[in-house]
Design a protein around this ligand. Structure first.
Ligand code: GLY
Length: 400
């Protein structure tokens, strides 16, 4: 078995090494991302149409740029992109835009009606604090972690995802929620309060135990009974069916366990991340360019739309995974291949698509919503991947 797996990796590595013989012109791709983002800034002003509550771009639908209020789960990605452009270029103009768009969503630090605190506050204020040491940003991160912690149920040992869909689940926990643990780990470091850390570890352990199938694919939503702490059912919300592997969910799980390993050094999390990576990358339905169909198990899958966002999240996670363990160079080569695919074949032509960088993501096919569209979190994780690649290629540390 071990021999067989090694052979598969060998074939993949040789293929990848050949495929990425042609290099990615990172300075060019960054300059193009700046051009698109300048366009996006002007398009946001037009799309606001005198609605001050709409603050961040979300998606391009039928040619129309849709914005979200600060409470939308995607409100932190655009501020985060602006921080990444500042980090990638050192230009103060990006810092100043990042500060403006970050400030727009500060009130979310008190919003206890959602688990998406990490997406909103860590992508924006988290990156802002990492790059500026602004003491106010630190306070916002700590307050946000306090608010998020109120959604933790000690009996079930997990943080609740949605409050809505009461007819569908009792206490739903989605795999996406792994991404919200990062802000809890950060708050522990900033405040010296281990209760945030303990909540994050409990959530990661319960998810490891209950969300995964024997092949290391994950269910999208696990429903808990908070009186007995037992699992009631394992289902989907954005995937093809309960038993299928929703592509973005697999990517969230991978990224989540790589990050949890970074924060805890618990080998079980590293192993889990490696198993998830193997499931994604060796999946028979994964296309050769490593940009997955929106659900890897959808029937007639080759006719289905792709999800470029899942590919971008996966690439970013693989760059980090490549820095752990002895023989993990293969993960860097694979991430390079994904970024090369996205760069060459999934980017918007310059000056088009209201400034989005990537095309071809799928938000929620079962709701017939956001299918084969440019979407903001694909751009965020694409820029994060470019930044990680740039640092690794220069022999620098990934995280500072
Ligand atoms: N809620 C996160 C996602 O749609 O992936």
């Amino acid at each position: 078995m071990i021999k067989k797996i090694s052979m598969v990796w060998m074939v993949l590595i040789v293929g990848l090494a050949t495929a990425i013989g042609q290099k990615i012109n990172i300075p060019r791709v960054i300059a193009d991302a700046e051009t698109q983002t300048r366009l996006m800034l002007t398009e946001i002003l037009k799309a606001k149409n005198n609605s001050p509550s709409l603050v961040s771009p979300h998606v391009l639908k039928k040619g129309k740029l849709e914005l979200v209020p600060s409470g939308g789960w995607t409100s932190g990605f655009f501020p985060g992109e602006l921080w990444y452009l500042y980090e990638l270029t050192g230009k103060k103009t990006w810092e100043s835009e990042a500060r403006k768009f970050t400030a727009n969503i500060e009130k979310e630090k008190f919003n206890d009606g959602t688990n998406d605190m990490g997406f909103k506050i860590y992508c924006s204020f988290g990156n802002g604090y990492r790059l500026t040491n602004d003491a106010h940003y630190k306070d916002v991160i700590i307050q946000s972690a306090k608010t998020l912690a109120t959604r933790f149920n000690p009996k079930a040992g997990v943080i609740r995802s949605w409050d809505s869909y009461k007819n569908k689940w009792d206490y739903p926990v989605n795999i996406d929620n792994m991404m919200n643990l990062e802000i809890l780990f950060e708050a522990t470091k900033l405040k010296g309060d281990s209760s945030f850390y303990n909540i994050a570890v409990s959530h990661a352990n319960q998810t490891l135990k209950n969300h995964f199938r024997p092949d290391f694919s994950s269910y999208h939503v696990v429903d808990y009974d908070t009186i007995t702490s037992q699992v009631i059912k394992k289902t989907t919300h954005q995937g093809y069916c309960d038993q299928s592997a929703w592509a973005r969910g697999q990517a969230w799980g991978l990224y989540g366990y790589v990050m949890c390993y970074r924060e805890t050094r618990n080998k079980a999390y590293l192993q889990q991340a490696e198993h998830i990576a193997s499931f994604i990358l060796h999946n028979p339905n994964m296309p050769p360019d490593l940009v997955p169909f929106w659900d890897l198990d959808a029937p007639h899958v080759t006719d289905e739309p792709r999800d470029a966002s899942a590919a971008a999240i996966t690439a970013s996670a693989l760059y980090e995974l490549s820095t752990y363990g002895k023989s993990n160079k293969k993960y860097k080569l694979t991430a390079d291949k994904i970024i090369k695919s996205l760069t060459d074949n999934y980017r918007s032509p310059l000056g088009q698509n209201k400034g989005f960088i990537l095309l071809h993501s799928t938000g929620s096919k079962p709701s017939n919503s956001e299918i084969d569209v440019p979407i903001i979190y694909a751009d965020y994780y694409f820029l994060e991947s470019l930044l990680r690649k740039k640092k690794l290629d220069a022999g620098k540390k990934l995280l500072n």
